[in-house]
Design a protein around this ligand. Structure first.
Ligand code: GLN
Length: 550
């Protein structure tokens, strides 16, 4: 019998529910249970693909091409599992499905209502994930905050699931902020009490409360939460601030949360495997106790919100941990180099230059200037997606002498459209879920840097793009020394580029960061960080552990 754990949030959003959910999953894995995780996003968008990363954070891409909430990235990284687009449920999807059924006539004669039709569709989707994954425990995190109007049908659906699945198979965890007042340094539980009351008003009595606080809550605060939340003291836990989110499973485990959940759900064994905890602890330590450090300049257009690059940030950390190196990232707004071109020389202070994904013209001249600087000064460079495309533009202009070469995404009238819309994109009218998405096979050419890093001639990586290298320009780019070391199986789509005469100059059309995991870094990120370190240490060329990564 599958067990369901539901995670709700109170007081504020962004208090780390995603990390708590992932940590609960990790504690279950410490005990050998299989888990999957669902994120519910109560917004009306069908998926996150049409949202601005600057407001909502990164769009996480799954193997099957889902454009999902960034919490799925946390689940995948913590739990080392591959999720599907079905693991992200939104109001848009639920209504779309119900309205489609209504139009088909499936409800003929009936009045279609939020209860039961919308709530039934929500439950059906949660159960479908349970069935397809065949796991022991399904974690479902409800986005937003209890009390939001748009979240109500989802809370109603999970309330009903207690009745249908049984008390022993369902568990509600409420995560809420306990602020500390500046003036008195007091921990205040009143907002948490209110959010628990709101949850009860809807008909859900939490089984566990996780207080999210800057520090470990004191005994009297814990007692207060227990009293007003009507839950035993040993069901109150605290997720306090830690130097790395990967520590959260360890601090909650230490407080007894894993044991409590297993006892409550009748999951045996309820004691964790110390070897599995040790393995996780070793990774956490490898992030912090590093012998070396490298400084990376991330030149992008969403630099005001580091969550827009969350998978990239994490991939850098995973790569750093694999070579005993702490990675420090400075987020530099690409437009800086357009407004003050002389500022480009600040890039000399970095061990590596990284140009991430992006859309639209803003900031692209600044990114191109940064790529040129990396190439001319032989500073290790990694480009991802737009970073890959702009590296082609830079090379076309400054090495091949192709005047005003550009991507047609930036300049439709360019005389040299080295990056152009993929042919199949021309007919597309709808923006939602129509990019080239998800995992696709890439053939890696032997004897190249990419082959050395991946240790394979066939790899699968995740994509999200509309434009590509224009096949008409491949000849001239190659003639001038650009090596396309990864291509689609038919050889027509360029996937990886490199400059063999540089210390490290590599870019990919795909996003290696989406598959990066603790202890299993993405090869392209690993290569980049190792190169940054080796150059800093004065080595003649980077020394990679060939084919041993991932
Ligand atoms: N804007 C580019 C494209 O659509 C790159 C996309 C990206 O960086 N994810 O192809």
């Amino acid at each position: 019998m599958v067990k369901y754990i539901f995670v709700t949030g109170g007081v504020l959003s962004s208090v780390g529910k995603g990390v708590v959910t992932s940590s609960v999953g990790k504690m279950l894995q410490f005990r050998g249970f299989s888990v999957t995780a669902i994120k519910i996003d109560p917004y009306v968008n069908v998926d996150a693909g049409t949202m601005n990363p600057y407001i909502h954070g990164e769009i996480f891409v799954t193997d099957d091409g889902g454009e999902t909430d960034l919490d799925l990235g946390w689940y995948e990284r913590f739990l080392d599992i591959n999720l599907s687009k079905e693991n992200n449920i939104t109001t848009g999807q639920v209504y779309q499905a119900v309205i489609e059924k209504e139009r088909r006539g499936d409800f003929l004669g009936k009045c279609v209502q939020i209860i039961p039709h919308i709530t039934d569709e929500i439950k059906r989707r949660i159960r479908a994930v349970a069935e397809k994954s065949g796991v022991d425990v399904v974690l479902t995190e409800c986005g937003g905050t209890v009390g939001d109007i748009e979240g109500l049908p989802f809370l109603e659906a999970i309330r009903q699931m207690r009745l249908e699945e049984g008390y022993e198979n369902t568990l509600y965890i409420h995560v809420a902020l306990v602020p500390i007042l500046d003036v008195t340094s007091e921990m205040k539980t009143k907002p948490l009490q209110h959010s628990v009351n709101e949850l009860r008003r809807i008909g859900i009595q939490p089984d566990i409360i996780v207080s999210r606080c800057a520090k470990m809550i004191s005994e009297d605060v814990l007692e207060k939460i227990s009293l007003f939340g009507t839950i035993p003291k040993n069901a109150v836990f605290c997720s306090y601030n830690v130097s790395s989110v990967y520590k959260v499973p360890l601090i909650l485990e230490k407080q007894g949360m894993g044991d409590y959940i297993c006892r409550r759900l009748g999951l045996t064994p309820n004691r964790p495997d110390s070897k599995k905890i040790e393995e996780w602890r070793r990774f956490v330590d490898s992030l912090e106790n590093c012998k070396y450090a490298v400084k990376i300049a991330l030149v992008g257009k969403y630099t005001g919100l580091t969550d827009s690059y969350v998978s990239m940030n994490e991939a850098m950390k995973h790569a750093g941990a694999a070579c005993n190196t702490k990675v420090l990232i400075d987020y530099i707004e690409a437009e800086t180099f357009e407004e003050s071109p002389e500022k480009i020389s600040i890039l000399r202070n970095y061990d590596g230059i990284f140009v991430p994904y992006g859309f639209g013209p803003r900031g692209t001249s600044g990114k191109i200037a940064a790529i040129k600087f990396a190439r001319e000064n032989n500073i290790p460079f990694l480009g991802i997606c737009y970073g890959f495309q702009l590296a082609v533009v830079e090379f076309a202009r400054n090495v091949c002498g192709l005047e005003n070469a550009n991507s047609t995404e930036i300049d439709e009238e360019t005389p040299n459209p080295v990056i152009d819309l993929m042919p199949e994109q021309h007919q597309i009218k709808y923006k939602g879920a129509t990019m080239r998405l998800g995992a696709h096979k890439i053939v890696v050419r032997e004897g190249t840097l990419a082959h050395k890093l991946y240790g394979a001639t066939e790899i699968y990586e995740r994509h999200r793009h509309r434009y590509e290298v224009n096949p008409e320009y491949i000849g001239i780019l190659e003639k001038n020394g650009l090596v396309f070391s990864g291509r689609s199986p038919d050889g027509k789509r360029m996937e990886i580029l490199e400059l063999p005469d540089k210390f490290f100059f590599l870019a990919s059309q795909f996003h290696g960061e989406f598959k990066s995991r603790p202890g299993k870094p993405s090869p392209e990120y690993y290569g980049f960080i190792k190169a940054c370190l080796d150059r800093k240490l004065g080595k003649k060329r980077p020394e990679f552990k060939e084919g041993k990564i991932n």
